[in-house]
Design a binder for this molecule. Structure first.
Ligand code: PBG
Length: 327
């Protein structure tokens, strides 16, 4: 058969396939989320996230060590406070669970890059991401509390803060507060494009942060919208964000690509709890090959244009990358 173009020529063996590979991956691009709770000696597996745990500050140290050993240098911390109240005071308490965890981690592992999730939902009695006025989440009353939370994390030693609340103007409020306190060098990873998603279900169980009434649709984005994502991201760029995150990842790869093409800031994607839980559940039934699916899903996120991937599979992925199973 006479044929000049034969794409199969470049797929004949592993050497040539690897030579022409378009997406290269590295453990340097990974962020591993960790949950920290009050108490001592606690390492409880989270039922909806098999293989992920609630750690108290002491056991978290071992988890951090294992993360570094796996080749992952960045973690993101989520806190489970002992007590919750209307104003989410645990989020910005000097001796709050995150503040203590960060201090201890940076003391033991100065080389570990510690990012903190900045939000009130895990700390409020009503489970919403901000202050309530009646049944509404009051945007402007929430901003000072978010800024205070971010500042307390940074004072404890956090390397980067990641606001996930979706209040308007929060990046500007946090940037201003950090700068006024001399933390001009601490970057903000903004959850710039965060959809109101059912893929967060297992996380809310893990963090005990499901809203007591209603949902988060008045602040998180409608999943039918694409142009709005660009608007949200553009606002965060203007407000001083250093990295833009799209969340969830798997069902939003088009948005990752749009953001990548439209902005010059690094783009991160968060492969959220529901994505992890689905793969775990199907793999447990023997319906899919967990390792291969994890590699394929991660490659998809990088191919879509993300340069950073936050995932509960970070440690496994780092191993797969070292073994050359991906990228
Ligand atoms: C806090 C927050 C959530 C997640 C990250 N930060 C939950 C939510 O918005 O309800 C979800 C992470 C995941 O599902 O893995 N606002």
């Amino acid at each position: 058969m006479e044929m000049i173009q034969r794409p199969r020529r470049l797929r004949r063996n592993p050497v040539i396939r690897s030579m022409v590979r378009e997406t290269r991956v590295s453990p340097d691009s990974l962020i591993y989320p960790l949950f920290v709770c009050e108490g001592k000696g606690i390492r409880h597996e989270i039922p909806s996230l098999p293989g992920q745990y609630h750690y108290s500050v002491d056991t978290l140290q071992k988890a951090a060590e294992e993360t570094l050993q796996a080749g992952v240098h960045a973690i993101m911390l989520f806190g489970l406070p002992g007590e919750k109240d209307e104003k989410g005071s645990g989020a910005y308490a000097e001796n709050g669970v995150i503040q203590r965890a960060v201090r201890e981690l940076k003391k033991n592992f100065p080389e570990l890059f510690v990012i903190t999730d900045v939000c009130l939902c895990e700390y409020t009695s009503h489970g919403h991401c901000g202050m309530l006025r009646g049944c509404e989440v009051d945007n402007d009353a929430t901003l000072p509390l978010l800024a205070k939370t971010a500042l307390s994390h940074v004072q404890a030693g956090a390397d980067m803060v990641a606001p996930s609340d979706m209040m308007d103007g929060r990046v500007a409020a946090i940037r201003r507060t950090l700068d006024q306190n001399g933390y001009t060098d601490i970057p903000i990873l903004s959850y710039a494009v965060k959809y109101a998603s059912s893929f967060y279900g297992p996380f809310r169980e893990a963090a005990g942060s499901a809203p007591a009434f209603g949902d988060r649709k008045s602040y998180q984005m409608d999943f039918h919208n694409r142009r709005e994502a660009l608007r949200e991201a553009a606002l965060d760029v203007e407000e001083g964000a250093d990295i833009l995150m799209v969340k969830p990842a798997m069902s939003y790869l088009d948005i990752v690509r749009e953001c990548r093409d439209a902005f010059s800031l690094p783009i991160a994607a968060y492969s959220v709890s529901g994505e992890y839980a689905m793969i775990k559940a199907a793999a447990a039934r023997g319906w899919i090959d967990e390792e291969k699916i994890v590699c394929e899903a991660a490659a998809g996120v990088f191919r879509a244009g993300a340069s950073i991937l936050e995932t509960y599979y970070a440690k496994e992925l780092a191993q797969f990358m070292k073994e050359g199973r991906i990228g």
